[in-house]
Ligand binder design. Sequence first.
Ligand code: PSU
Ligand code: MN
Length: 307
Amino acid sequence: MSTNISHSSIHVSAEVQSALAQRQGVVALESTIITHGMPYPQNLDTAKGVEQTVRDGGAVPATIAVLDGQVVVGLSEQQLATLAQTQQAMKLSRADLAMAVSTKAMGSTTVAATMIIAHLAGIDVFATGGIGGVHKGAEQSFDVSADLQELSRTPVNVICAGAKAILDIPKTLEVLETLGVPVLAYGQNNLPAFWSRDSGLAAPLRADSVAQIVAFMRARTALQISGGVLVCNPVPVAHEIPLHEMQSLISLAIEESEQHGITGKAVTPWLLGRIVELSEGRSLITNQALITHNASLAAQLAMALNQ
Ligand code: PSU
Ligand code: MN
């Protein structure tokens, strides 16, 4: 167990503990994408593939989830397989993470909850697919993901593929700016939009190499600026679905979600699932490709930060 954790409800795997102690480079991975973001068995294949990609980059993966009330940092292969098949995992964010612990429930961690646990365990790099953000129609629904607040307060560097086009991306960028969260596009001027490389919007900041990201992070530390950093890594060209092709599917999925009365935490998983169906599986393949790509960049960053 890492030295800054003294709570018995948190278990850090031996491999992750030793990697942290030896400053080998550890990449945190979320689990909501496993339980609520993809169907079985693609979710398990993806989770394993992402872990392998982190290892290929020389770092150690630490997938995070709550299993029967215990927060686990660095799921074993068996635990990963169990989680991937469970139907009743709670989707955990900052508000409900402790409830899964206190009721000894199964739960998967969103970006927000994964950041909280990663920080507690001493892990400062985290790879995911897409972050939560401001939903379209938020002026009516007030649906703004707790991921955004978490990025502003918890010092973990999150590598994602941008905000999903099911969100209101301009409003998401505005909120991130208000909260003081740096948003860096990697290798391009425009912000990527998850399945698509280009959201059509300029990213606030740009970095072209891992060394530039590290230099930026060191400068923040020197200036005592706390909180997270969001690096947006465009999906590889071979797997991208251009925004104009996604747009009609997204509009249809949102319309249907309203007709079905989907609200609250169910919105993001419902839309993602429906978009996989509407795209006849194509969006799922893109989702798998982008998260693997992000894991590779995260491994490079974790290694560089530990040098
Ligand atoms: N991106 C995906 N699949 C997912 C999510 C993002 O491709 O399942 C999850 C992440 O865990 C993210 C969460 O933190 O959705 C956001 O949910 P909400 O909007 O309810 O905060
Ligand atoms: Mn929400």
